[in-house]
Design a protein around this ligand. Structure first.
Ligand SMILES: [Zn+2]
Length: 392
């Protein structure tokens, strides 16, 4: 068997950062043989000018919104932003498909090996089928009222079915697909119950506490989300007033052994982190918190409480969100911003969020996320400014 041996300035194996005395040994097909010391590495070592890391996991994206690049201005705040996405997402199909293709290519070149990708349609299917990236297709349900629940669910089940049908044409782990709820402010009680019933053991993703009005909606039935709901014909909140936060009101709908990925968490309070961690540990197969710092800066110009999440032991992963709210689809760019804003967090910690943690959240840790023998995690070099280059 032919091997490729990589020695960088540093080597991150998915958990630990080594200096240049470790060498990564891969087969030519991209399978990890091992990480060995320089003395044991033998001949034919490729010297790499940079830090070597496993490929990145983008745990949150909306590839189908790639045509919204530069369409929505930054810093509008979440509710005007949502109104813009709803009002401006219709484009000619050839442009939508072309931008999907280009965004997929960009993510590949940025060293991304798997994506947790939200979609309300199957517009991304053709690109994903031939992609070298692995895809968790989160078919996202929006259904504000109990009355419309069945109709809306059938619509999204058809989208899910097209991803399921395509699964036969691709490698077994190429697609993992499931229905997911969009967010507490778009999903009625009955719709939550149905999604729970339809997703036993699945990996679920939900946008969480991206704006303080989300909690107000559940606590009092009032607040800024009423203007968003009005657009869909609701003069009053269609959701129950529980007196609790949105997360505490909605997370308990999931009782079917799912793994939950909570996305954004920009305004999550300390007690809700504790609540979610306890619920995830005792009632679910696991809970993960996805940070999309560039999207948060783009929309609200505010960062999630990363230190508080870390202090409570939250399992963190990284996502880019979509081109409607980001300047690029690059996990390396997310790492750079976190390093800038939180220089006290060690690089190895952030790299683990971007690799092994992401792989665990997407149920892909058997093949991706670290340099362990038998995995196919991809190999990326990061230069001193943390710009990526794909090696394998
Ligand atoms: Zn999103």
């Amino acid at each position: 068997m032919k091997y490729r041996k990589f020695r960088g300035k540093r080597l991150f194996n998915g958990r630990e950062l080594f200096n240049n005395d470790h060498v990564l040994v891969m087969t030519e097909e991209g399978c990890v043989e091992g990480v060995v010391s320089l003395e044991d590495a033998g001949e034919g070592i490729e010297e790499v000018d940079g830090l070597i890391t496993p490929g990145f996991i983008n745990a949150h994206c909306h590839l189908e919104l790639s045509h919204l690049k530069d369409v929505i201005p930054p810093h509008t705040g979440l509710i005007p932003f949502l109104l813009d996405v709803v009002g401006k997402r219709d484009f000619p199909m050839e442009i939508i498909l072309d931008r999907i293709e280009k965004a997929e290519q960009e993510m590949y070149e940025e060293g991304i090996v798997a994506v947790g990708d939200i979609g309300n349609t199957d517009n991304t299917l053709a690109t994903k089928k031939k992609s070298k990236i692995k895809w968790n297709n989160f078919v996202e349900v929006l259904s504000f009222s109990d009355e419309l629940s069945e109709t809306r669910l059938n619509q999204y089940r058809n989208v899910l079915q097209s991803f399921m049908d395509a699964t036969a044409d691709v490698e077994t782990d190429h697609f993992k697909s499931a229905l997911v709820p969009h967010a507490p402010y778009t999903i009625s009680d009955r719709t939550f119950t149905e999604i729970n019933r339809l997703t036993p053991g699945a990996i679920i993703s939900m946008h969480n506490q991206e704006h303080p009005a989300e909690d107000e909606l559940y606590r009092t039935g009032k607040g800024d989300y009423l203007s968003f709901l009005k657009l869909f014909g609701f003069d009053a909140s269609p959701f129950p007033v529980t007196g609790k936060s949105a997360l505490q009101s909605c997370l308990p709908h999931f009782t079917n052994g799912q793994r939950m990925l909570l996305v954004h968490n920009t305004f999550i309070p300390e007690e809700d982190i504790a609540f979610a961690l306890e619920y995830g540990r005792t009632q679910l197969a696991g809970i993960h918190f996805c940070l999309c710092v560039n999207a948060n800066r783009y929309i609200e110009n505010r960062l999630p409480p990363i230190t508080m999440l870390m202090n409570q032991g939250a399992h963190l992963v990284l996502g880019t969100d979509s081109y409607s709210s980001n300047w690029q689809l690059s996990i390396a760019a997310e790492i750079r911003v976190i390093r800038e804003c939180f220089p006290e967090i060690p690089l190895s910690t952030v790299l683990q969020w971007a690799t092994l943690n992401g792989a665990e959240a997407l149920g892909r840790q058997d093949m991706l996320g670290s340099f362990e023998k038998g995995k196919h995690p991809g190999v990326v070099a990061l230069d001193d400014q943390l710009n990526p280059r794909r090696l394998l």
